[in-house]
Write a protein that binds this ligand. Structure first.
Ligand SMILES: O=c1[nH]cnc2c1ncn2[C@@H]1O[C@H](CO)[C@@H](O)[C@H]1O
Length: 477
């Protein structure tokens, strides 16, 4: 069998992709894979073991289903950050309609020059940000909205409740309405399609490109390992020198930057230098294969992910694949900068990042702790704000995986309190991440989570809630 194995990295990688793996499971005997190591020799690592079926009552008899994160992540799970600008310094313009009637009806208005000044109400408070380096010229906006120049009637049922639109806003609204009608009339309607199929259509949609340029305010629910488009990870990070790859028993990949040939890890093929691999095959095929390992994208998602458990295990697998790239210390900083850049280009002005603060590592294998990661976030956020003064900054919500037990979470909460004290600028608070309905409820962690209030310490909580597809109220009711 060994002799029959292909040496072609393309085939190796094709087989490595989960689509190909599924095909292979159907078409070939189990050990006929052209895989760079023999799966018979290994047992799946604990995080790849099939999960027990979901119990109708999630925690019968007080027994909590375990959802152990990957050991690498387990180590990564422990740290936090501060306000990127002094409190009280009004860097966000508040939009308040003069006729808003009684209660406050404010919204953040981004001041990056997309919206021509005459779109803003007289009540708009302009800040020092206002005249800084517009990204888009008014002409760009007008070319997007040709009928603005000709005027149009306001469609009935115009959005905004009791808010009265200015004349310019009415024209914009009418134009948007027209674009929506055109989109609805097309044979393929993205909102009715699976996202994997709709994505390309969305990216071509004139409405989407208009929305991309509109002011967004803050992105408040982001995850550290899912911040940047994977294209950048593949096209930039994996092209850096000393980047190694190995292929796992579960048809995924791991990456590692190392000055020397790294020691083979259990359940993974020997490490291959990506540069060498690329020289032996079509680089585009290789890159596409890597992208497939870092995303959930597949041609037939319904078949590939028949259940929440199936999609969650593949979802977590993409993070295991990405973590070796992202946690290389120099990449870690560049990755965050790139994340800020990508959101900035979408006209988002402030970020909050749920972050595991994983150990980061250098080429010689030495590692940095959570304080290093938090400080890296702080430094990069400061630098980005300095270079983009109309961006407000970023803060970190330190997270641990909800698969940890209560004493592990207690240790994390204690660490969160220390980090909050040390990094009040960048540290926003604490949360638990991971799949809700196979993890533990917040109630299970009550002792650990009560610690700050018992000690009189402020540690803001930003708990996930409602991501579960299960209609169960037993979990975090
Ligand atoms: O939408 C989400 N809900 C809950 N947990 C998530 C989500 N996205 C990512 N993670 C968790 O955050 C870690 C990396 O930042 C992932 O390993 C995953 O467990």
């Amino acid at each position: 069998m060994e002799a029959e194995r292909s040496d072609s990295p393309k085939e190796i990688l094709d087989l490595d992709s989960h689509n190909a793996a599924a095909r292979r499971r159907n078409a070939l005997p189990p050990h006929a894979a052209n895989f760079p190591y023999d799966p018979r020799a290994v047992h799946p690592p604990p995080h790849m073991m099939p999960r027990p079926p979901y119990a109708p009552h999630p925690y019968p008899g007080g027994h909590y289903a375990t959802q152990r994160p990957h050991p690498h992540l387990m180590e990564a799970l422990q740290r936090p950050q501060h306000l990127p600008f002094p409190p009280g310094q009004p860097r966000m313009a508040l939009y308040r309609h003069p006729q808003a009637g009684g209660h406050f009806q404010g919204m953040a208005v981004q001041q990056r020059g997309l919206v021509p000044d005459h779109y803003l109400h007289p009540g708009t408070l302009l800040t020092q940000i206002k005249h800084r380096r517009p990204q888009l010229k008014h002409s760009t906006v007008y070319s997007l909205l040709p009928s603005l120049q000709h005027g149009s009637t306001v469609p009935p049922g115009c959005p905004g409740g009791t808010i009265l639109l200015t004349e310019a806003e009415q024209r914009l609204s009418a134009q948007l309405h027209e674009l929506k009608l055109q989109e609805i009339a097309r044979p393929e309607f993205p909102p009715a399609m699976h996202f994997f199929k709709a994505r390309a259509l969305i990216e071509r949609s004139p409405i989407f490109s208009l929305l991309q340029k509109m002011p967004k305010g803050a992105a408040l629910h982001l995850h550290d390992l899912a911040l940047v488009g994977v294209d950048w990870l593949v096209k930039n990070v994996t092209y850096r020198p000393h980047c190694y790859i190995c292929f796992t028993a579960a048809q995924s990949v791991r990456f590692l930057f190392s000055a020397q040939q790294p020691r083979t890890q259990p359940h993974c093929s020997p490490w291959l230098l990506l540069e060498t691999l690329r020289s032996k095959m079509n680089a585009t095929d290789l890159d596409n294969s890597l992208i497939q390992n870092l995303t959930l994208f597949t041609a037939d998602p319904e078949a590939a992910y028949p259940s929440q458990s199936a999609v969650w295990s593949r979802f977590e697998e993409t993070f295991f694949a990405a973590i070796g790239l992202i946690t290389h210390a120099p990449v870690f900083k560049d990755y965050f900068y790139q994340g800020l850049q990508q959101f900035y280009m979408d006209n988002v002005m402030y970020l909050e990042l749920r972050a595991l603060l994983p150990l980061t590592y250098e080429l010689d294998g030495s590692t940095h702790d959570k304080v290093w990661s938090l400080k890296a976030y702080q430094d990069v956020a400061r630098q980005f704000v300095m270079e983009h003064p109309d961006f407000l900054g970023a803060r970190v919500i330190f997270t641990v995986h909800r698969g940890l037990n209560s004493s592990e979470v207690k240790v994390a909460v204690e660490e969160a309190m220390r980090l909050q004290k040390e990094f009040p600028e960048v540290m926003a608070g604490f949360d638990l991440v991971g799949r809700e309905d196979s993890g533990r409820p917040l109630w299970y962690f009550r002792e650990a989570l009560s610690l700050p209030s018992e000690l009189g310490v402020t540690l803001p909580y930003f708990f996930h809630a409602g991501e579960t597809g299960e209609l169960i109220m037993t979990l975090d009711p």
